[in-house]
Design a protein around this ligand. Sequence first.
Ligand SMILES: [Zn+2]
Ligand SMILES: [Zn+2]
Ligand SMILES: [Zn+2]
Length: 112
Amino acid sequence: MMRMIHGEKVTGVGIDGETRCAHWHSPLDVIAIRFRCCGDWYPCSECHAEAASHDVQVWPRDEFDVEAVLCGKCGRKLSVNEYLDCGYVCPECGAGFNPGCSRHLHLYFEMG
Ligand SMILES: [Zn+2]
Ligand SMILES: [Zn+2]
Ligand SMILES: [Zn+2]
């Protein structure tokens, strides 16, 4: 499915109005990620795997200034660097993001 959230087209499975999906739907699961491979917004890598027919490309470190994270609460876009430095709190609206996402950063961003 596709859903417009804060003016961005977000693709995935079972998306709610704040970018939660069928895979991640706690109160804190309120970000979408723009994938480097296609430039499209998805709530998570599993949504990308189900909806896209290509392999994921992670954001390379020298492109971490690109706005690739969307706050589902307020629509603020964060660069990868901003997201990694935000302490899992939206710098715009103060919404908490899921700190458990730290285990999955390598799925989206060049880490280590
Ligand atoms: Zn893609
Ligand atoms: Zn998902
Ligand atoms: Zn926000």
